[in-house]
Ligand binder design. Structure first.
Ligand SMILES: *Cc1c(COP(=O)(O)O)cnc(C)c1O
Length: 474
């Protein structure tokens, strides 16, 4: 299995060769040259598999340069009930992504039972183990540099803590994360995790990361790498739970639909690939919040990213994204993997422009790919959190509430709908209190999180200070 770039100008590479990198040299994103296909019979045989068995069965089709037994061991140590311990009381932790029935034909797929209480753990934990394996084999090291406004950074740190050959330097805006989020990151005491609090906003952090990565000498000398949302390994890990969710609810090989709270389009891209692999998915519903660039695209064919000044800060903050970094992967498939065409479209995007697939006569194809969309407002999220609690005694977080709004709009009779739960409500306490007048339950082991000792460095908003800090530590 080789991986090709969406822009068509990079040489095909194997899994381990693309694992640690970001963009392809031609600026594109990597995708497998073909998608493995699963028949209905295959699906039936997967019914009785545990999560790690299922993960191995699917993931091994995409990796041919790690011996099968090694891959199996990596997967087995990643997906354990000890790591995904925060399931609801009526669920089984060993299911890793257990299903929760809300009502007839309407389910939640719980993806947020890992250490940072958000779905990113599912992929990041696997990535941590894969990185360590590949680096050990190559006797290499990596210094991961990233910027976070909360979720991604903590998922990366919890996945990489204590791993051989890996240091993490994570920039976050000084005093601008929630108390819970800061405590989650800063309480990590492992010597290979460095939290850097920058006196600035999130965009400043991101600019510093870009500036450091663009200094090619520094990047080479200090082996700077990333774990951003375009990493193929993350998408790959996420394909698995679409199968898991399907197998948990589908009777007699029927179709099911999925609704996905969407930001960078990584999660739903995995759903798209699962569908291309033969999983009977009727609809893939893209749920957005007030930052509804993708909803606009799926309704009109016009893709018009916005800059950070036109991106709102909302109560589902992990979806406050107006330029979805994985969208290019889907469009590549939509236009029949025509990289010449893709280059034309993204030439415009990379220059701050837009494109209109309606004009291009390609937009009708969206239907055949199962996609549809919705957006929601803060008031709607609050209403769905309250209603879901009043009717079913289930507390959902604000991102999952975006999902509920979208799912109700796009449910077909007799087709089970599965909403992906992308975070646990305790991460967004304020909104939950606003909706139902009480705090959601917090897992016992996190009760005293904010009181734990914290380790972080405060630096000015200056590239050189960050470089000096990295130099001193490695
Ligand atoms: C990251 C995140 C999302 C968005 O996922 P994408 O893969 O970027 O589309 C949604 N909800 C939560 C809670 C997240 O952390």
């Amino acid at each position: 299995m080789k991986y090709i770039s969406t822009r068509g100008q990079s040489k095909p590479l194997s899994f381990s060769e693309i694992l640690l990198g970001g963009l392809a040299p031609d600026g594109g994103l990597y995708l497998p040259e073909t998608y493995p296909k699963f028949s209905q019979q295959d699906l039936n045989s997967m019914q009785s598999m545990t999560y790690p068995e299922l993960a191995f069965h699917i993931i091994s089709n995409f990796i041919d340069d790690i011996p099968k037994n090694d891959l199996k061991a990596i997967i087995n140590k990643t997906y354990t009930k000890e790591v995904y311990a925060f399931s609801r009381s009526q669920q089984k932790a060993e299911d890793i992504t257990p299903i929760l029935k809300v009502k007839d034909n309407f389910y939640i797929l719980s993806l947020s039972n890992g250490p940072t209480l958000a779905f990113k753990d599912i992929a990041m934990q696997l990535l941590g183990n894969l990185f360590e394996y590949v680096l050990t084999k190559e006797k290499a090291e990596i210094n991961i540099l990233g910027a976070t406004s909360g979720d991604t950074g903590s998922a990366a740190e919890y996945a990489m803590r204590g791993k051989k050959g890996i240091n993490v330097f994570m920039l976050s805006p000084y005093q601008k994360m929630s108390r819970f989020q800061s405590a989650q990151m800063f309480s990590i005491q492992d010597p290979n995790i460095f939290n850097i609090s920058i006196k600035g906003v999130f965009d400043d952090c991101q600019d510093i990361v870009k500036a450091v990565s663009n200094d090619l000498d520094f990047k080479r000398d200090f082996k700077i790498g990333a774990v951003n949302s375009i990493n193929w390994g993350r998408i790959l890990a996420q394909i698995v739970y679409y199968f898991k969710g399907y197998l948990a609810v589908a009777k007699n090989n029927e179709e099911v639909s999925f609704t996905v709270p969407t930001g960078n389009f990584g999660n739903i891209c995995a759903g798209h690939i699962a569908r291309m692999m033969g999983l009977p998915i009727k609809r893939l519903v893209v749920a957005t919040n007030e930052n509804n660039v993708l909803d606009e695209f799926f309704k009109t064919g016009m893709y018009k990213p916005r800059d950070s000044k036109n991106t709102f800060h909302t109560s589902s903050p992990s979806m406050d994204i107006s330029k979805a970094s994985n969208f290019e992967r889907f469009i590549f498939d939509l236009i029949g993997r025509d990289s010449k065409k893709l280059n034309e479209l993204w030439k415009s995007i990379d220059q701050g422009g837009n494109f209109d697939l309606n004009q291009e006569g390609i937009f009708e194809k969206i239907q055949a790919f199962g996609f549809t969309s919705s957006s929601s407002t803060h008031e709607e999220r609050i209403r769905y959190i309250k209603e879901t609690y009043d009717l079913y005694k289930i507390i959902i977080d604000t991102h999952t509430a975006d999902g509920f709004k979208a799912a109700y709009e796009h449910t077909d009779d007799n087709v089970p709908m599965i909403v992906l739960e992308t975070a646990l409500p305790t991460k967004f306490e304020d909104s939950i209190v606003e909706a139902i007048g009480q705090k959601p339950e917090r897992p016992e082991s996190l009760q005293h999180l904010e009181g734990l000792p914290q380790k972080f460095e405060v630096l000015d908003n200056q590239v050189d200070q960050v470089k000096t800090f990295i130099r001193q530590q490695v």
